[in-house]
Design a protein around this ligand. Sequence first.
Ligand code: MEV
Length: 312
Amino acid sequence: MKSRASAPGKVILFGEHFVVYGVKAVLCAINKRVYVTAEKTDQKKIVIKSDIGELTLEPDKTVSEIKSPLRPFYYLADKMIKNQDTGIKVIIESDIPPGVGLGSSSACCIAGASAISRLFKDTSREEVLKLGVEAEKTIFEDTSGADCAVCTYGGIIEYEKDKFQKIKTQPDFHLVIANSEIKRTTESVVAKVRRHKERDEGKFSALCDKESRLVSDALRLINENRVQELGEKVAENQEYLRDINVSNDILEEMIKIGQSTSFGAKITGAGGGGCIFALADESNLGNTIKQFRDKNYDCFSVKIDFKGLDTF
Ligand code: MEV
């Protein structure tokens, strides 16, 4: 018996990093997905195969001692086969570039949680989200959980410390994603922001207040589908990300290119490298992509995925 699930990647429209400290963030799922197929096997082993590598291990290992980036899948498979006389094979296929702020790891954890758990029982979206966050914590303990929530439910969500709700309107915008190809881990950038915060708590708290006000304005503009003004908020959010030191010269250069043609551009996800996005509609989409490609940046456009987790 096989079980298959897929989950979308994500872009953080507003509020990354600040969300770790309780500020509301706004995220949207994107139309690029991870697909996970799981099946029971006779041999009592956990076998995981993906484009980024393979892992074959006996069950019952200490998860923190497993050095592979496939650790979350091992965690999920091992948890599910406790007291069961079976092994598991997991195959991962992905359209989402890994490690660049587009939610590849959260989409893997959610699609993995769904595909693996459904070999044993019917799981609701709530249960999958809980399992997916547990799995993500094996690679990044301090995750806010925001990325997994949007990968599960799709669309646009507002997220605040374990509470979230899906936004009902379906605004019609495009996001042009450009990749700096600078590798970093979310964990290391979040740790850097924590050190920055501890150096001047007062300043950081004032920035959190500004970000909160910006997020409420942005939510109103999203609900009214006012894309151009939303772009101004995107650019303002980038200033706050610069203030907490998660930008750098290359990212700023890319943001300048995005700003020159789109409604606004900013980092998405942890920053320090990874991707930026530029907010566009039909009127400036083509030109925004062209500007990045002319300067040899890896770039593509995405739209909002309204489906979230899918099982088949
Ligand atoms: C990473 O995609 C988003 C961060 O805010 C971390 C998190 O929310 O867990 C940087």
